[in-house]
Structures are given as C-alpha cells and as structure tokens.
Ligand binder design. Structure first.
Ligand code: FO1
Length: 334
C-alpha cells in the first residue's frame, strides 16, 4: 500500500487522538481536527487552572470555551462566553455594587455555571458535570478535565502601591490585562491533584497525541503539572506532536508572551519547543515533532523533528489543514 493510501487508511480507521488543550487556541485546533478527520475519536484533556468561583458559582473557562466552540454556542468575536449574549444580571449586580465588576458573567452563560455549581454541590465530580453539560452541547469530542481536584493558577505580582501579592489568574488576565509583570505563575493545588478519570487511559491508548497552540505555561503547562501526566505522555506508544503558539516571536492571541517572560523563556517557537523538550532525550521532554510557522523555518529543537507549516487558523478550513498537517507529521515520526 502506498504511503498516502496507508496514511488515509490510518486516518479513517477511527484513529484515537488525544489533545491537551486550554481555551481559545485549543478549541480552534480541535474544531480543525474534527474537520480534518470526522471519524476520529478525539479526547481533549482540558486545563482547569483558569477555573474560578464568582458570585458563588464555579466557572470553568477552558472547558466552557471548548464546549461552546464545538457545540456552536461560542461568541467568536469575544472568544469566550455565549453568542447572542446579554449581561442584564451582571449590570444588576453592579447596580448593587456587588463585584467583581471586572468579570462579566453573561445571562446565558450563567445557566451553565448554575448547573455546574448545583451538580458539584450534590457531590458530582467535575468530570461527571462536564459529561452532563456535553450531553446538551454534543461537542463531538470527549472533554476530560485534567483533574477532578481543585487547581487554581495564581500569579504573584508586585504592584507599586499595593506591594507584592498573589492574585487569581483571572484577575491578572481580565482585571489587569496581564499588564502587571508576573513574578511567578503557580498552579495552586496541582501537586496534590490526581489526573481526572480517563486521562491516563486516553493517553496510553492514543494513536496520536497533540500539544495544540494553547498557552504553554498557564494551559498546557498546568495540565503537565498534574502528577502522572508528563510520565504518561513520555511512556505513551503514540507519536507526540506539538504546535507552536508563537509565530515570529509573538503569540497569535492571549498572553503567552507575558507568561513565557515570567517563566524566563524567550518568546520564540524555538524556545517553546526546547521548553517542551525532546521525548527521545533523557529527562522529561515530550516532543517527537514540533510544528512551527513557515515564518519560523530554520527553527531547531535538539532531538525533535521540526516541520514548518502555516499555523494561523483564521477559519475552520485553515484549522482543518493545520490539524491534518499535524497528523501527517505524527504519522511520519510514529
Ligand atoms: N474574559 C475577559 O476578558 N473578560 C471577562 O469578563 C471574562 C468573563 C468570562 C466569564 C466566563 C468565562 O468562561 C470566561 C470569561 N472570560 C473573560 C475569558 C477567560 O478569562 C478566558 O477564557 C480564559 O480563562 C483565559 O484563557
């Protein structure tokens, strides 16, 4: 059988793909993957370090962004929350002077948080809540929280008049626009967290594993901070391909540059590739291959096959092309 036919054959026999995802970038990549390989069995292991409790409700931004994106409910312009959203409740809360005024919960979005909060109060773990919410949205992929245990990313900042303090990632990102230099970014609780149900099994049984262009510090990095995940990835039989979130020295969206800076990592496709490391090398590296944008051709990561491809995903069709390229590279290094 010729190579291309073997590749198509491989792709069409319900290939099992595991993606470690954050919010927006991960969601768009997943949408591309479903477009490229509609028959694939895709599992997203999703970051929960962005999760926050607001007005007594448990908010899971990355799980919700993927669920809404793939379920057709996301506001593409805003990049989070629901399309055709209104904010009457937020405005009423502000009228009462009940904050945080800097974090807007939409009226439609509130229903998701009410369902999640009451299910968790009844004793359901986050993984069961997520499955229940997905019964409605039918995202077409299996969404697995990285852990059912509480992990919250906090950021240490040193504000001129307020001094050094740790604030929740959401306050750093939403209230301050990541403008306060992050002295440290810490996934609080990660060291005590266990991988969520199905996470290690999905990694062990995968045919392909992808690190999509999510934030390498606060999204993929927090998933990797859950004990057992990195070891499972290094031991997995599947080829592991990463996609650079940095193109020509800048992130496509979000605050990956501020996060990399706080971790002392240069803002380049090469530096992020080296940060993830080579799985073939001794130590804790993960990558077999690293997709960089064509603008970053010439990138070198020791022990990793670097493949230049257009990485921008301005629309689902381009995202599908990128996803197919990632699978082809996985096939080549597998
Ligand atoms: N991002 C904002 O910039 N402003 C907000 O008021 C805001 C509210 C919000 C509510 C629910 C939710 O799921 C996400 C929300 N986000 C908001 C986005 C959120 O900060 C990001 O999705 C991630 O946490 C960062 O990647």
């Amino acid at each position: 059988m010729s190579a291309p036919r073997a590749f198509v054959q491989w792709l069409t026999c319900r290939v099992r793909i595991v993606v470690l995802a954050g919010g927006y970038g991960g969601a768009r990549f997943l949408r591309g993957l479903l477009g490229a390989v509609p028959d694939a069995q895709v599992t997203a292991v999703v970051n929960t370090g962005d999760d926050v409790t607001v007005h007594g409700l448990r908010i899971c931004p990355d799980l919700d962004t993927i669920m809404y994106t793939l379920g057709g409910g996301l506001d593409e312009e805003r990049g989070w929350g629901r399309v055709a959203e209104t904010f009457a409740v937020r405005d009423e809360l502000n009228a009462y002077g009940v904050g945080p005024s800097w974090f807007g919960l939409g009226d439609r979005d509130l229903a998701t948080h009410l369902v999640r909060t009451q299910m968790m109060a009844a004793g359901y773990p986050l993984s069961a809540v997520t499955a229940a919410l997905c019964d409605r949205w039918k995202p077409g992929v299996t969404l697995l929280p990285m852990s059912d245990d509480r992990v919250e990313t906090h950021v240490t900042v040193d504000e001129p008049d307020a001094g050094r303090r740790a604030i929740h990632f959401q306050e750093w990102w939403v209230r301050y626009g990541a403008a306060l230099p992050a002295e440290a970014i810490v996934p609080v609780g990660a060291a005590q967290a266990k991988p969520g149900p199905g996470v290690l099994e999905a990694i062990a049984e995968a045919d392909v594993i992808v690190l999509p262009p999510s934030n390498p510090i606060v999204s993929v990095g927090v998933i990797l901070a859950v004990p057992g995940v990195r070891e499972a990835l290094r031991a997995a039989p599947a080829p592991l391909v990463g996609v650079s979130p940095i193109i020509s020295g800048a992130p496509v969206r979000g605050m990956a540059d501020q996060c990399l800076r706080s971790a002392g990592i240069e803002i380049s496709a090469e530096a992020v590739g080296r940060h993830y490391g080579a799985r073939s090398a001794p130590g804790d590296g993960l990558l077999d291959a690293w997709l960089v944008d064509t603008a970053d051709a010439g990138t070198e990561v020791p022990g990793v096959r670097v493949v230049p491809r257009p990485l921008l995903m301005p629309n689902p069709a381009e995202a599908a092309t990128l996803a197919a390229a990632a699978l082809e590279v996985a096939r080549a290094v597998g």
